[in-house]
Write a protein that binds this ligand. Structure first.
Ligand code: MSP
Length: 593
């Protein structure tokens, strides 16, 4: 029979703190895309990844979290190019019972384990092109100062009290679990033990005197925040899920542990017998990196977008906003949530031995290839399954064949012997569809292509805003296919540069296709930075012509001059993305073994 977990809060709950919540007024949370908060935020944007536990080496799920944030941040930089306008933080979460136990199991001092694994994350992110502007480790002094300051504020506002807290603690998830989320299981030696229903990790009954945060006071303010800002958490099903959780009782939260039990952490200011709860410690990292408690943080905080996995939604969408409100700050501007990667249908885990090493993947598929795969196939709303053949198939068809093939078709010497961006002929392709005349060659489908590519940057931006990066890539890929169709339809290889009848149309077909490629290259920069650079360089697009502000598609069609017309193409003629299935002996081998 399962024991009923009871939270006995022996401290005397007070009432102070509620007045702080007046901060929440509907005025602060306008729901429109250009609401008051956007005005306050101005050009700045601050993106964060979760900070990663250092109990084990990074896997592809961790890389995915970081890549989503990187792509959002890079896309933002294309919109607002000023280097000072964007900040992007990542780092490692190094305190807590989980790390303390992992270090003990490995026979290492916690600092040794943290140094080793934190360096692996840093190295992986450098190799994967994660363009963060800060890498924080929670063991840094700047962070201890920020956490203790934050604690002091909560204390001063009467939001912490001492009480007896008891329940099932899961070290792996670093949280107490309600009775309903705990089950009994037999371990390998046949003994019965209690485990987390969701993760299967062991839990232990813990009863301690701790500091407790008056979380229960924040239920209504959190509801008001989320109802007043329907875009606060995206995609929408996660927003709805949090509101659903808030329908239930919201018990107060234990925010410290006895130091005799947990020594690896930040001491409670003025009470060395207690260590600050690792989640409170970890969440404050988002403030540390913007200079908290120095006033500088104030201009960045309202611009914050957190990128997180679904497993840590409760911590970011309930505990964190409540702690922030308690400390007199606003909740985060946006919380973008993604789902998980499974491997061949199973959850990735050390015990199953199916953890996919991201560095091997970057080597096999190239940095751009693997970035493209994860972001093109990763769907935030539900879990995605990983297997090697899927990567090869996708990259060969979309990057090597469709995009690389298109570039090759328009720049190869036999088709484009002058090696330039050819001239667009307005009489062959008049801006008004349906015109007839001896030199008009454009057909209805060609106008559909121009329209699709002209609206693509807006569509892509909308998908980024809604945290649907895979849809942005799907839209680009669909336009690449349409452009290949355009080239196929007009078969420039059958037209002759020497013929006065063919030449203007041949130039126009290549011009349109190169303009499409310029748009694709520009829009792919956040996802495949090197490949996009190669593509744009091949087209002769300079570094100052690659922002979204400058992206004016096919200006000649709309009666404007085109700065690229007549320009020499770049000298690099190699393959844009070599096919993988010719060089995948490793894959066949991996299957045989
Ligand atoms: N340390 C906490 C976060 C603290 S943030 C203040 C933590 N760390 S974690 O290393 O376990 O997870 C970091 C991120 O990786 C989370 O966003 C999590 O969802 C993500 N992923 C972990 N496994 C994953 C997959 N299998 N697939 C996709 N993302 C996954 O939680």
């Amino acid at each position: 029979m399962l024991r009923i977990s009871v939270l006995r809060l022996l401290g005397r709950p007070g009432t102070s703190g509620v007045s702080l919540l007046e901060y929440i007024s509907s005025r602060h949370y306008s729901s429109g895309p250009l609401g008051a908060r956007d005005d306050i935020r101005g050009a700045r944007a601050f993106f964060t990844t979760p900070i990663f536990y250092v109990n084990a080496a990074p896997h592809i799920g961790h890389l995915y979290s970081a890549l989503l944030a990187d792509a959002l941040c890079r896309h933002r930089r294309l919109r607002v190019p000023s280097a000072a306008a964007t900040r992007f933080s990542t780092g490692t979460d190094e305190h807590g019972l989980k790390i303390q136990q992992a270090a003990a199991a490995a026979g290492l001092a916690p600092t040794e384990l943290c140094d080793r694994v934190s360096a692996q994350f840093r190295q992986l992110f450098r190799e994967a092109g994660i363009s963060s502007t800060d890498f924080i480790r929670t063991t840094e002094t700047r962070h201890r100062i920020a956490v203790q300051h934050f604690w002091g504020l909560l204390k001063a506002r009467g939001l912490l009290y001492k009480g007896l807290y008891e329940g099932w603690y899961c070290a792996s998830e670093e949280c107490f679990l309600p009775e309903a989320k705990v089950t009994r299981q037999s371990d390998s030696s046949g003994d019965s033990c209690h485990v987390s229903l969701e993760s299967g990790h062991p839990v232990s009954w813990t009863k301690e005197e701790n500091y407790i945060f008056r979380l229960s006071q924040f239920r209504e303010p959190l509801q008001r925040w989320l109802r007043g800002d329907p875009q606060a958490i995206a995609p929408e099903p996660f927003h709805r899920a949090v509101l659903q959780w808030l329908e239930e009782e919201l018990p107060d939260l234990s925010v410290s542990r006895k130091s005799s039990h947990l020594h690896w952490g930040i001491p409670v200011p003025g009470d060395d017998s207690q260590t600050i709860y690792v989640w409170l410690d970890a969440l404050v990292n988002y403030l540390t990196v913007i200079g908290y408690p120095n006033a500088e943080f104030k201009s960045w905080w309202p611009t914050t977008s957190h990128i997180i996995g679904k497993d840590i939604l409760k911590f970011h969408a309930i505990y964190w906003p409540a702690l922030l409100l308690g400390a007199g700050m606003s909740p985060p501007h946006r919380i973008y949530v993604h789902s998980h990667w499974t491997v061949c249908g199973q959850k990735m885990s050390k015990s199953l031995g199916n953890v996919v090493d991201p560095r091997t993947c970057l080597d096999r598929y190239t940095v751009d290839g693997f970035r493209y795969f994860l972001l093109r196939q990763g769907v935030p709303n539900w879990d995605c399954d990983y297997y090697d053949e899927k990567v090869v198939k996708l990259l060969d068809s979309e990057l090597a064949d469709a995009l690389g093939g298109l570039l090759n078709r328009c720049t190869a010497k036999r088709i484009n012997p002058s090696g330039t961006y050819p001239v667009f002929c307005t009489t062959c392709f008049p801006s008004e569809p349906g015109l007839v005349g001896p030199s008009v060659r454009a057909q209805a489908e060609d106008y559909a292509l121009v329209n699709a590519v002209a609206t693509l940057p807006r569509q892509v931006a909308d998908h980024y805003d809604n945290f649907q990066i895979y849809k942005a890539l799907e839209a680009v890929s669909s336009c690449v296919r349409q452009t290949n169709g355009f080239v196929q339809r007009h078969a420039p290889w059958r037209l002759n540069w020497e013929s006065p009848v063919d030449a203007p149309w041949l130039g126009t077909v290549l011009h349109v296709a190169l303009e499409c490629l310029r748009v694709f290259g520009t829009l792919l920069q956040p996802v495949t930075p090197s490949l996009a650079d190669k593509l744009l360089s091949r087209l002769g697009v300079s570094a100052t012509e690659r922002g979204l502000g400058e992206l004016c598609f096919l200006p000649r069609f709309y009666g404007h001059p085109c700065p690229f017309e007549g320009r020499r193409l770049g000298p690099e003629t190699g393959l844009l993305f070599p096919r993988l299935d010719q060089s995948r002996a490793w894959l066949v081998k991996a299957h045989r073994t």
